[in-house]
Structures are given as structure tokens and as C-alpha cells.
Design a protein around this ligand. Structure first.
Ligand code: ZN
Length: 166
């Protein structure tokens, strides 16, 4: 088994694997923004892009838990694009080539993007998993954290409605 999408917990790894297929170097986020919006639509999750280029998602509470505090889960969508001198990888067009090396998940000749792809994948897992019981949920997936914190710096004060930021 050398496919990371089969690792456990599978609901997290399959989403991380999907993210590695989408180019998302800081400064070039159109593809990953569209990917996240399409993913949310396919899963019946409310989602939009705000003025700060962030993607915001919302999921209603499990019935009976509407009065709980609303949690906001935050991660950033961009990754640091670094590669070896020999690599011909194009971060704006090519998927990351992942592989499993013993206990580690690695990328061939490039950064892996686990920072913060695993954070985004964990958020997607919580948003997707209908077996979880939870209060109202919000996700804030920010733009260009690794360069200038563009997304957070352009987040309008009324975009989020949650009580607790994770
Ligand atoms: Zn980071």
C-alpha cells in the first residue's frame, strides 16, 4: 500500500490526498479555492469565498445541539513551494507526488504541504462526517498565510459568527 489516501483515519487522509492533487502555492490560490467550493457543494455544505480570499464553510448543529457554542475551525489553504535543484515540478500546475516511507509521508522532490494541508483535511473530515455529534460549526480556511497573512488581514469583522476559534 503506497497510496496515502488509504491511511487511517481514512476520512482525513483521503481529503489530504485530494488536496495534494490541487496546486496551492501561496499567491496562486484560484484552483484550491474552487476545489474547496466544489467539494462543499458536493457534500451539501454551505460555503463561500469572502473579500479576503478566504473560504468559509458552515454546518448546522446536530439536532438538539443548536444551543451549544459555535466552534470555528481554522487552517490555511496555501503551502510553501520549495523543491530540490533537480525537480522539474511546477507548483502552479502539477500535483504533489506523495509516497509512504516507513512511518513517514513524503513528497518526491518538493515540500509536502502538510502545513497546513493536514489542518484543512481535518476540517473537511469534521464537515463531512455525519456520524459526529456537534454544535453549530464554522470553518475558516485562510488565504496566503505563509506570505503576508493576506486572508486573516482582510477578514471582515462580521464574516464569522462563531464563539470559539480552534
Ligand atoms: Zn503554515
Amino acid at each position: 500500500m503506497n497510496e496515502i489516501k488509504n491511511l487511517e483515519p481514512q476520512i482525513v487522509w483521503k481529503n489530504f490526498h485530494a488536496l495534494t492533487r490541487v496546486p496551492r502555492p501561496s499567491g496562486h490560490l484560484e484552483k484550491v479555492q474552487q476545489f474547496l467550493l466544489d467539494w462543499a457543494a458536493a457534500h451539501g455544505i454551505e460555503a463561500f469565498k469572502d473579500k479576503g480570499e478566504n473560504i468559509v464553510m458552515r454546518k448546522p448543529a446536530t439536532p438538539g445541539m443548536e444551543n451549544r457554542k459555535k466552534a470555528v475551525m481554522q487552517a490555511h489553504m496555501d503551502m510553501v513551494p520549495q523543491k530540490t535543484a533537480e525537480s522539474r515540478h511546477n507548483f502552479e500546475t502539477d500535483p504533489i507526488e506523495t509516497y509512504i516511507d516507513g512511518e513517514w509521508v513524503k513528497a518526491k522532490g518538493t515540500t509536502l504541504g502538510s502545513d497546513d494541508g493536514m489542518g484543512v483535511a481535518a476540517i473537511m473530515a469534521v464537515m463531512e462526517d455525519d456520524s459526529l455529534e456537534h454544535g453549530p460549526l464554522e470553518a475558516l480556511i485562510t488565504a496566503d498565510e505563509e506570505t503576508c497573512m493576506y486572508g486573516v488581514n482582510h477578514l471582515a469583522p462580521d464574516t464569522l459568527t462563531g464563539d470559539i476559534l480552534l
